[in-house]
Design a protein around this ligand. Structure first.
Ligand code: 5GP
Length: 172
């Protein structure tokens, strides 16, 4: 039986989302921003963030091949779903759930850059600095966490726990 241990509570997540929205607005001002969520893990964070940003905000998604049922990264980058909007000449803010080794973000940045956005930045709710193996630039980070497997607030293990309203460590 797996056991859940709260790492970041619901009020802490809400408070940090408020702050992140202010940090993001300080950078873009009134310019319209396209939030590009990375499915599926970012859907809760993106919804919370989007509702704190101004009326020029739009939303789109990409999906990248996942860990499957594993707790370790497969190290493979495969784009399963591309974005619908044309991003050329637009401010694009990638919305990530968690940056682990950094490979996903590095590859995604490389791909999107070829499509000539006006600017390309990244906001990640969580980051595991100890796990980083690839130079992946993250412009806004919610929380830095230890190198342990977490679930909740959009993050899953074999598709479970995405609907937990807080972030938890998953113990075997
Ligand atoms: P990276 O390419 O940075 O190694 O992996 C990024 C992706 O791996 C994240 O978007 C997320 O889907 C998944 N991932 C990394 N660490 C965790 C974790 O602790 N829990 C869960 N549920 N997924 C993770």
């Amino acid at each position: 039986m797996s056991r859940l241990e709260t790492l970041i509570s619901e009020p802490e997540l809400a408070r940090r989302c408020d702050e992140l929205a202010r940090e993001i607005e300080a950078v873009y001002g009134d310019e319209p921003v396209l939030l590009l969520g990375v499915l599926k893990g970012s859907f809760v964070f993106l919804a919370d963030l989007a509702r704190r940003l101004g009326p020029g905000t739009t939303v789109d998604f990409v999906q990248i091949s996942s860990y499957g049922g594993e707790k370790q990264s497969s190290g493979v980058f495969h784009l399963r779903k591309d974005h619908d909007a044309n991003i050329e000449g637009r401010h694009v803010l990638i919305v990530e759930d968690i940056v682990d080794t950094g490979l996903t973000l590095l590859r995604l940045r490389e791909l999107l850059q070829t499509r000539r956005p006006l600017s390309l930045r990244v906001v990640a709710m969580l980051s595991k600095p100890e796990a980083r193996r690839h130079e992946a630039l993250v412009d806004f980070v919610g929380f830095e966490i230890p190198n342990q497997f977490v679930v909740g607030y959009g993050l899953d293990h074999a598709e479970r726990y995405r609907n937990l309203p807080y972030i938890a460590l998953l113990h075997d």
